[in-house]
Design a protein around this ligand. Structure first.
Ligand code: FAD
Ligand code: NAP
Length: 863
């Protein structure tokens, strides 16, 4: 018989929790040769499935997906009886695994961990249990579950009730017989929605107290489909691999369209198919923008409302069951069996607490504002202190006496949801800041366990004693996760994802919303880059690999990933015509930008008299308006008067200016200095025709993006030298300012961020001979005299090869006494800011452009 660690007082790893996470963690510890003990408050394994024994409890992810993948034999040995297995079967599964791998040998049950303290001198944790025992360990793993700490009842008088009280989260093991009883269920989350139909079938009367209605779709439980099973059995490894890199831990096709991109009938047909398929991830996975676009979500919300109305006989009850104060998926949606049908039973009543709130629980029932109720039993289906409750439920003290409760006072701070700075060797499985509850938890649990076990092995192999994240890494991870959440509708709901359900809990979005696959690659990358964002300590000293794992704004990151997946050839290999056609196609796929008052196309004379097309965007407000001569991007080679259409519309509406976008001559047909000459010629013509164009004479600014910003900067300089036209200001977005290519950003951002140095060099070659690049009409930074230029807004982006030359121009203008606003955009790229309505994290930069244009014309108005 192998020795047990249950009575050990010192081990390599203490694992708290014997749910699916703790069980697999123990397996990995054993495989790696670490001594480990699992401490569990319950009397046996199973975690969630040990505690939540209420009637109807079952998983809402298909059982074939909601199962371990780490034991290939187990996948063949165990066959689920239903699509969605019930709690007793899932618990049997956990017990089967525990038996098969003899896990209980290293598990101490009926043991609650109450505190844990890090000792810097010994580099070990001391874990104290409610039995008063202390265990020391090098590694302390919180496998304590995201939904394991029941929410403390927050209803006045809860202790007063003399009848039977039940919590779905800690249901009696012998079951409950409600026959002939008057029962109250408080709550309408997943637990309530599963249990209500079964309690209603047994009880004499059931009264459901609903604060917030939920979205639920029918589970249509039964045998799992042959098709799904065949896909799994044919190649379990490939099936699991797909799950691991999927959005939510279940293999699914990614929808390509948004809900508003298809015809009404098509949309309805797809929603009907989702309703029939009965899979939770299909609810928000039918279209790609359900969780991001309120209008799209509204179509789904209406669809489910109609289903509820079609099912529930009493129209007033049906309306009360229709969620209207949150978007679908922003609170966890549910799978049910006859939930809505239950409200057609004569013994079931729904009390809408939004109309008639609970005032107090009494000895015999409860009182709402308008009514007194008497019950034999009250069932609290009131949920959990999710994601952080069980972690801060233990008094954890890290380095320098800092407690985790103090550190997380304003919300959890973690790096990758795995660890937190100041608490070495403390690991969280599916912790806040990881996809966890937004995913098939089995996949997320296995990924975290593997990552943690591999980190411990790495420490041992490298002779380190401890690992912890750096403060920079975790601060930036929290920021990144929040930025991701802000791209979605998720933070708009009063959900437990946001901590809103627990009075006094800080309200922050707790899980990482970027998806399981993307998250896994991020965690792997941190390791591949030498544990980026971590500090490792040991007898040989401290090694800090500080850094930011995901410095790009999340929407920019997603856009770059999508482009990378398309595997496009580099632009410079397409040839001039190919590149022009491609850019036109790419532009057509972008959102159009806002409506403007009027669009007028015309022609004006270029530097050599060639007629140049222009497009004029006029605000809907009464004129006359200030005018902006706008020069499009495209490396002097690509683009047209309409190629920056969305940005021009945006600037027109938001600066209340006329924008005249000029199609200056392009290289290689018209090389340097054609574009520069056209820039000045166009500004002069616009100034001369301000009246006719509906503009205010004397109020002309220049603006441009990229090579267009180069033209704008050169135009401002040439206008000064030529003594006119008067330019009120210049807005330079990611400008080309210097023909040299040896700045740090040219190297650091040479590839992978949209604009590459490959294409930039090609643009230069098309436009300008090397000898001409020192000419200030090509490289405005090289002008001898930058004094007396119009006020400028210069916008540069962190991940733009041109960043440093833009920064240098802003600095040089400032040094020459020009009034300069310099906006440096962290996490943004060269192509991000013109993407109006597509990339929202750069909105502030667009707004800065519009504000600057307004301010230029205000200055003029004063003078
Ligand atoms: P848990 O199973 O919660 O286990 C944690 C264990 O830690 C518990 O046994 C607890 O007693 C113990 N513990 C906590 N604190 C201490 C302490 N201080 N000392 C000692 N022991 C402690 N997820 C899905 O992906 N699909 C589903 O269909 C699904 N259905 C669910 C249904 C219900 C009713 C609930 C509540 C959750 C469901 N979940 C589902 C989420 C579910 O919690 C996870 O899938 C998974 O079971 C979590 O496993 P775990 O080991 O991480 O945590
Ligand atoms: P929950 O989703 O948080 O639901 C709790 C319910 O109680 C909500 O309707 C809530 O209303 C209500 N409530 C809480 N306090 C109340 C009060 N003081 N007065 C009136 N109503 C109150 O909890 P849950 O149903 O246990 O589910 C938690 C999570 O566990 C689920 O979201 C899911 O992830 C998982 N789960 C899954 C399944 C499954 O199908 N596999 C089953 C159960 C649980 P408000 O919404 O207004 O706060």
């Amino acid at each position: 018989m192998t020795e047990s660690n249950t009575s050990a007082t010192d081990v390599d790893a203490v694992i708290v929790g014997a749910g699916f996470a703790g069980m697999y963690e123990l397996v990995r510890m054993r495989r790696a040769g670490f001594s480990a003990v699992v401490l569990e408050a319950a009397h046996d394994v199973g975690g969630t499935w040990y505690w939540n024994r209420y009637p109807g409890a079952r998983c809402d992810i298909l059982s074939v997906d909601y199962s371990y993948s780490w034991d290939p034999e187990l996948q063949q040995e165990w066959t689920w009886s239903e699509r969605y297995a019930a709690q007793p079967e899932i618990l049997r599964y956990a017990q089967f695994v525990a038996d098969k791998h003899d896990l209980r040998r290293d598990m101490r049950f009926d043991t609650r961990v109450v505190s844990a303290a890090w000792n810097d001198d010994t580099s070990r944790w001391t874990i104290r249990t409610d039995n008063g025992d202390d265990i020391t360990c090098q590694h302390y793993v919180m496998a304590t579950g995201c939904l394991s700490m029941p929410k403390v009842p927050d209803l006045e008088g809860t202790d007063r009730f003399l009848g039977e009280v039940y919590f779905t989260s800690t249901w009696p093991h012998d079951g409950v017989d409600f026959t002939g009883k008057r029962v109250a269920v408080i709550g309408t989350g997943s637990s309530a929605i599963q249990s209500i139909p079964l309690i209603a079938a047994e009880a004499a009367q059931l009264t459901v107290f609903q604060r917030t209605p939920n979205f639920s779709i029918p589970a249509r439980n039964g045998p799992i489909s042959d098709e799904r099973m065949a896909a799994f059995r044919a190649d379990p490894d490939a099936y699991r691999a797909e799950a691991r890199l999927s959005a939510a831990g279940v293999p699914r096709d990614t929808p390509m369209e948004g809900a508003l991109m298809v015809a009404d009938e098509e949309r309805l047909a797809r929603y009907e198919a989702m309703w029939e398929a009965s899979e939770l991830l299909g609810v928000t996975g039918t279209f790609n923008d359900t969780l991001a676009n309120a209008e799209s979500n509204e179509t789904l919300r209406n669809f489910i409302h109609d289903k509820i109305r079609a099912t529930v006989n009493d129209p007033e009850v049906a309306e009360a069951l229709c969620p209207t104060n949150h978007y679908v998926g922003t609170k966890r949606a549910c799978l049910d069996t006859n939930y809505y049908e239950t409200y057609n039973r004569p013994n079931v009543r729904l009390v809408d607490l939004r109309k008639d709130p609970i005032e107090t629980v009494t000895e015999t029932g409860l009182n709402t504002a308008g009514e007194s109720f008497e019950f034999d039993a009250i069932v609290f289906a009131t949920g959990f202190d999710a994601m952080t409750g069980a972690i801060v439920g233990v008094d954890i003290t890290g380095r320098n006496g800092l407690t985790l409760k103090e550190k997380w006072e304003h919300g959890p701070v973690t790096y990758l949801g795995l660890m937190t700075a100041g608490f070495p060797n403390l690991y969280m499985i599916t912790g806040p800041g990881s996809p966890s509850v937004l995913s098939n938890m089995m996949v997320s649990i296995e990924q975290h366990v593997d990552w943690i076990a591999d980190a411990m092995i790495h420490l041992r192999d490298q002779g380190h004693e401890s690992i912890e994240p750096t403060e920079l890494a975790e601060t930036k991870w929290v920021e990144h996760s929040n930025d991701f959440a802000d791209l979605t509708l998720m933070p708009t709901a009063n959900s437990w994802y946001m901590g809103v359900n627990v009075p006094g809990k800080p309200q922050v979005f707790l899980p990482y919303p970027g998806g399981v696959g993307r998250y896994r690659l991020t965690c792997d990358e941190a390791v591949e880059r030498g544990y980026l964002g971590f500090a490792l300590d040991g007898p040989n000293g401290r090694t800090v690999n500080d850094g930011i794992i995901r410095p790009l704004a999340p929407d920019v990151q997603v856009m770059l990933e999508t482009m990378a997946e398309m595997g496009l050839p580099p632009l410079e290999t397409m040839g001039v015509e190919g590149a022009r056609a491609f850019m036109e196609m790419a532009g057509a796929a972008m959102p159009p930008g806002p409506e403007v008052g009027e669009i007028a196309d015309g022609k004006l004379p270029g530097g050599d008299g060639t007629p140049l097309e222009y497009r004029l965007y006029r605000p809907a407000t009464a004129g006359p308006h200030p005018i902006v001569a706008y020069y499009h991007g495209g490396g002097w080679v690509l683009g047209s008067a309409t190629s920056d259409d969305p940005l021009c519309r945006y600037l027109c509406v938001n600066s209340n200016s006329i924008i005249v976008s000029v199609n200056y001559r392009h290289a290689p047909e018209a090389r340097f200095p054609a574009a520069a000459d056209d820039g000045l010629a166009a500004a002069t013509w616009i100034a001369d025709h301000a009246d006719n164009l509906g503009g205010i004479p004397g109020r002309l600014a220049v603006a441009g993006w990229s090579a267009g910003a180069n033209v704008a900067a050169v135009t401002a300089q040439q206008a000064k030298l030529a003594g006119g036209p008067a330019i009120s200001g210049q807005v330079l977005l990611c400008p080309v300012t210097d023909g040299t290519t040896d700045r740090a950003s040219h190297a650091d951002n040479a590839d992978g961020y949209g604009l590459t140095m490959g294409v930039m060099n090609w643009f230069w070659d098309q436009y300008c001979d090397p000898t001409d690049r020192a000419d200030p009409k090509a490289s405005p930074l090289l002008a001898d005299d930058l004094t007396d230029l119009p006020p400028a807004l210069v916008i540069t982006c962190e991940f733009d090869p041109l960043r440093d030359e833009g920064d240098a121009y802003a600095d040089a203008l400032g040094e020459a006494g020009v009034s300069v606003e310099h906006v440096q955009c962290p996490g943004q790229t060269h192509t991000a800011i013109p993407a109006v309505d597509a990339l929202v994290t750069s909105e502030y930069a667009r707004k800065a452009m519009a504000d600057a244009l307004r301010s230029f014309s205000d200055v003029h108005a004063d003078t």
